[in-house]
Design a protein around this ligand. Structure first.
Ligand code: RFL
Ligand code: PHB
Length: 388
């Protein structure tokens, strides 16, 4: 089989890239290890930057996000003795859109089906060959039979644990990492969200977040030690802990119910450089991970797709500037989102090893954020998303 762009991974970045390229007349094949139901069962991101929404519209999949997404003009930051609102609209003139990653992926699958896009599920042993030559190819096994896919380019959209990044020789790839000493225990429940905007709560027992998917589906998180296991947390224990950490008025009005999903995600910051090796491009989580505190993971995957999509379209029009500068352009935005996600994580979490000085620094930082318009404008600017 032959295609122009072989895409490894059918998560949001792989599907969006495939959809955009197909609309531009560029042929792709997406190779996904899991089944479609498995991919759609993963509960992950919930907040889209406006630029990401515009990319979905550009890909022809903006209808449902526009109809069902919840535009948010601001967010709350809370501590035990105070709470304040960051007004995105006032500071930036922009909003964000609350719309689940599951729904983005569902919309992209529907669009790929409608265009007869080639998305192959259940592939095993994906291996990239000759990425540093002019004629790369990918081999894989499907239902026990070996296959070969020849291509012009390979897009590595296969997430943090994929094969693409590992294909780049260690002598070329530089990795930067911070692993945080805690995770987020997340619960999804079919209850009305406690607040019409998100609440990011700093508390000495640990961070908590009140989020949502829609009017009847709430998403909550609490910071937990990495040694905790989701199955050891009863629903009652989760609700009790959440109520302790959020402002009293929210705790009083919180409507609880059975969890329909409960899982723990570890927090990590990670960047691999460069994001291109020959004819292989890394996209999204394959190249970088952010802790979820800034809601940037999915949004960064979308901005990577933006740069690569335009670079590939240019290439097929005879101009290589876009693909030649892909890594540099993507990384410039990645590092700024890494900085923001790291600073939000540091500001709002309880670090077991913090000393008295560092505690006071955290308090002063929160105090500054509450009292300074400039600090709030900076948070707002980063939260709604830096320009592409
Ligand atoms: P994905 O979504 O991981 O998709 C990669 C796809 O590649 C497939 N794959 C392979 N396919 C073929 N061969 C192989 N060898 C393969 N290896 C892997 C996988 O099955 C998968 O389908 O990466 P992508 O597309 O770059 O998208 C990135 C986003 O998914 C990610 O940044 C966010 O979900 C991160 N993230 C969150 N971001 C937020 O902004 N807010 C959140 O609340 C949030 N929560 C999360 C998250 C990520 C999590 N992970 C990765 C554990 C919660 C979790 C649990
Ligand atoms: C979510 O709704 O899952 C969510 C929202 C904001 C974040 C992280 C996760 O910062």
């Amino acid at each position: 089989m032959r295609t122009q762009v072989a895409i490894i991974g059918g998560g949001p970045s792989g599907l969006l890239l495939s959809q955009l390229l197909h609309r531009a007349g560029i042929d792709t094949v997406v190779l996904e290890r899991q089944s479609r139901d498995y991919v759609l069962g993963r509960i992950r991101a919930g907040v889209l930057e406006w630029g990401a929404v515009e990319m979905l519209r550009e890909a022809g999949v903006g209808k449902r996000v526009d109809a069902e997404g919840l535009p948010h003009d601001g967010t709350y930051i809370a501590t035990r003795n105070r709470g304040f609102r960051i007004d995105f609209r006032r500071h930036t003139g922009q909003q964000v859109m609350v719309y689940g990653q599951t729904e983005v992926t569902r919309d992209l699958y529907a669009a790929r089906d409608a265009m007869d896009g080639k998305v192959i599920h259940g592939v095993e042993g994906v291996t990239i060959h000759g990425a540093d030559t002019d004629a790369p190819h990918v081999t894989y096994t499907l239902d026990g039979t070996g296959h070969r896919l020849d291509c012009d380019f390979v897009a590595g959209c296969d997430g943090f644990h994929g094969v693409s990044r590992k294909t780049i020789p260690a002598s070329v790839l530089k990795e930067f990492e911070r692993v945080y000493p805690f995770g987020w225990l997340g619960v999804l429940s079919e209850t009305p969200p406690v607040s019409h905007e998100l609440i990011y709560a700093q508390h000495e027992r640990g961070f908590a977040l009140c989020s949502m998917r829609h009017a009847a589906l709430a998403r909550y998180y609490v910071q937990v030690p990495l040694t905790d296991k989701a199955e050891d947390w009863s629903d009652d224990a989760f609700w009790a802990e959440l109520k302790r950490r959020i402002p009293a008025d929210a705790a009083e009005t919180l409507i609880t119910g059975p969890s329909i999903e409960k899982s723990i995600a570890p927090l990590r910051s990670f960047v691999a450089e460069p994001m291109r090796w020959g004819r292989l491009f890394l996209v999204g989580d394959a190249a970088h991970i952010v802790p979820p505190t800034g809601a940037k993971g999915l949004n960064l995957a979308v901005s990577d797709v933006h740069y690569l999509y335009h670079g590939l379209v240019q290439h097929y029009q005879g101009e290589d500037e876009g693909i030649d500068r892909y890594s540099e352009r993507a990384l410039a935005r990645v590092w700024k989102s890494e900085r923001f996600s790291w600073s939000m994580t540091t500001l709002l979490h309880t670090f077991p090893e913090r000393n008295a000085f560092e505690h006071r620094m955290q308090e002063a930082e929160l105090d500054y954020l509450e009292s300074s318009d400039a600090a709030q404008a900076s948070l707002a600017e980063n939260y709604v998303g830096l320009p592409y």
